[in-house]
Design a protein around this ligand. Structure first.
Ligand code: 5AD
Ligand code: SF4
Length: 520
């Protein structure tokens, strides 16, 4: 914090609500670190807050509707005289731009996901109530990051946000002993349905040293699970000796897909690949008991990454690798750059190397031009690959994407609904069978929380510490399966939450495993 910042220290209470993906969850955590350091307090009570921040998602219309309905509620409260600062962060700001301020005058400022280092100044200006031009109430990247082949100050500022993450005991990651660590921002893939390349900009990779040092600090603070995150993690590649600060420190760099190194940029330096990064984090930060990564792209996923997963015992044998569709015609219209056959070859390669690997995916139903036959091909793919889970979405046209401008959204909403229900039923059956195969086995579970069913019992202001004996807790297996078990009467839930324990699986269903605690 600079002396200039400290004069703005305040005691305003902020309510921050997060929508969307893991990137947003991490951004919110970093925002909280940044603003707490400036003296702001965070509160879970929206009604009592002086500032309401929504970290928004734009990936589907439904996500936008949710946040805009919250914005509508706050508009009514402000018109009734409530004094409140309302700020929108995240992808919706980039997708909609300044029009949001015109249409929703109750919003005081906008801050895109690539501009979060500007949040303190936006918040400070809004809190001081000075009337400003709309342009001064918004920090947006626009398509700047795509116009430039070198990183500008915005990305340097963002790296600072990652580097200044709090490792204090009250930060969420430390409390949960589980943290996201960003390795890549943005995306260079341009799948035709997806708004992310427009809202989060070009792919930018963080230097390995910054990533490893962040992992080490998290581990020193008690974190035992780290998930490395990026839109397409397996595209991580860092060329050393290219992007250096004046002091010789390595800086984030635009991914090769962004044509960053054309025209005379030095390629001579050595490269850290994603597989090498995984091995380095694994070997150099052994206190991380579970190392994961999301999301993988089914193309460009080399055997070197699979070998790292096979060889390093603390790298979880888990992949989230979206297929999106089981029809080659649909995949081509989506611009995914692989065929169903190539996708299945990849899955077979992963399973040949690690027969016990657990895999999840994403599927979009009702994409432009999807016929009954295309849909059946997707259903058949799910039955062939038999993943532990698939997140299934109805296609939602997004303004600014190639699909929205070039392809007709011609699958009727009713058909999309039927198809999603149909696929959910198929996947539920498969998930049930994948879970059932674990019956009788003893698995390691990272215990995360009192399970929602038990939290109801201890709700209502009753002290969890005194009443948590015998409650049900829930956690995740190495393969990311949800597992619940009852804490024996003689121990308190707090003694197992945050640690990895051994659970014998007694019973299973399509959503979860149920077991008995065997050792802890
Ligand atoms: N409509 C529906 N689902 C989408 N996704 C991304 N864009 C859209 C869209 N326009 C899904 C993809 C992606 C996941 C994060 O969200 O399946 O993998
Ligand atoms: Fe979107 Fe495709 Fe990039 Fe994923 S890989 S963020 S779906 S453009």
């Amino acid at each position: 914090m600079t002396p200039e910042d400290s004069q703005y220290e305040c005691c305003q209470h902020i309510y921050l609500e997060t929508f969307g993906c893991q990137m947003n969850e991490l951004d919110s955590e970093l925002v909280q670190s940044q603003l707490s350091a400036l003296g702001y307090a965070f509160s879970d009570d929206r009604d009592a807050a002086d500032v309401v921040l929504f970290n928004t998602c734009s990936v589907r219309q439904q996500a936008e509707n949710k946040v805009l309905s919250r914005v509508g509620e706050l508009g009514i409260e402000k018109s009734q005289g409530r004094s409140l600062v309302v700020g929108l962060l995240g992808c919706l700001c980039e997708r909609e731009g300044l029009g949001l301020l015109r249409r929703h005058p109750q919003i005081d400022f906008l801050c895109g996901p690539g501009e979060l280092d500007k949040l303190p100044i936006l918040l400070r200006n809004a809190s001081q109530g000075e009337s400003q031009l709309a342009a001064d109430r918004a920090a947006l990247q626009g398509n700047r990051s795509r116009r430039s082949t070198v990183l500008g100050r915005a990305e340097d500022g963002l790296e600072t946000l990652d580097r200044e993450r709090s490792f204090e005991a009250d930060s969420q990651a430390i409390r949960n002993r589980s943290a996201y660590v960003r390795i890549t921002r943005g995306c260079n893939k341009f799948c035709t349905y997806c708004v992310v390349p427009a809202t989060r900009g070009a792919e930018v990779h963080r230097p390995p040293e910054a990533i490893i040092s962040e992992c080490r600090s998290l581990a020193d603070a008690g974190v035992i699970e780290v998930t490395l995150i990026g839109q397409t993690v397996n595209h991580y590649t860092y060329t050393h000796g290219v992007a250096l600060s004046a002091e010789g420190k390595e800086l984030p760099q635009v991914g090769p897909g962004g044509r960053a190194f054309e025209n005379g940029v030095n390629h001579a330096g050595s490269v850290t690949s994603f597989a090498e990064l995984l091995r380095r984090v694994h070997d150099e930060v052994p206190a991380i008991e579970r190392l994961r990564f999301v999301t993988s792209y089914p193309r460009d996923f080399g055997d070197d990454i699979l070998e790292a997963m096979r060889d390093c015992e603390r790298i979880c044998r888990y992949l989230h690798v979206p297929a999106q569709s089981g029809s080659n015609a649909v995949l081509a219209r989506m611009n995914r750059g692989y065929s169903v056959e190539e996708y299945e070859d990849f899955v077979a390669r992963a399973r040949a190397m690690m027969p016990d690997i657990s895999i999840a995916g994403d599927i979009i139903v009702g994409f432009c031009g999807e016929t009954e036959e295309d849909f059946r091909a997707t259903s058949d793919l799910l039955r062939r690959v038999r993943f532990k889970n698939n997140f299934i979405f109805r296609y939602s046209p997004r303004p600014g994407t190639a699909a929205m401008s070039r392809l007709a959204d011609d699958v009727p909403e009713e058909t999309k609904k039927q198809r999603i229900n149909n696929l959910l039923a198929v996947q539920s059956e498969i998930s049930g069978e994948v879970h059932a195969a674990l019956k009788g086995q003893t698995v390691s579970v990272f215990v995360q929380r009192v399970s929602p069913q038990s939290s109801k019992m201890v709700d209502g202001g009753i002290d969890l510490l005194r009443h948590s004996r015998g409650v049900q807790v829930s956690g995740r297996t190495e393969g990311d399966l949800i597992c619940v078990f009852d804490v024996p009467q003689d121990i308190a839930a707090e003694q197992v939450i945050g640690s990895i324990v051994e659970v014998e699986i007694m019973d299973t269903g399509p959503l979860l495993l149920r077991g008995v605690l065997r050792s802890w």
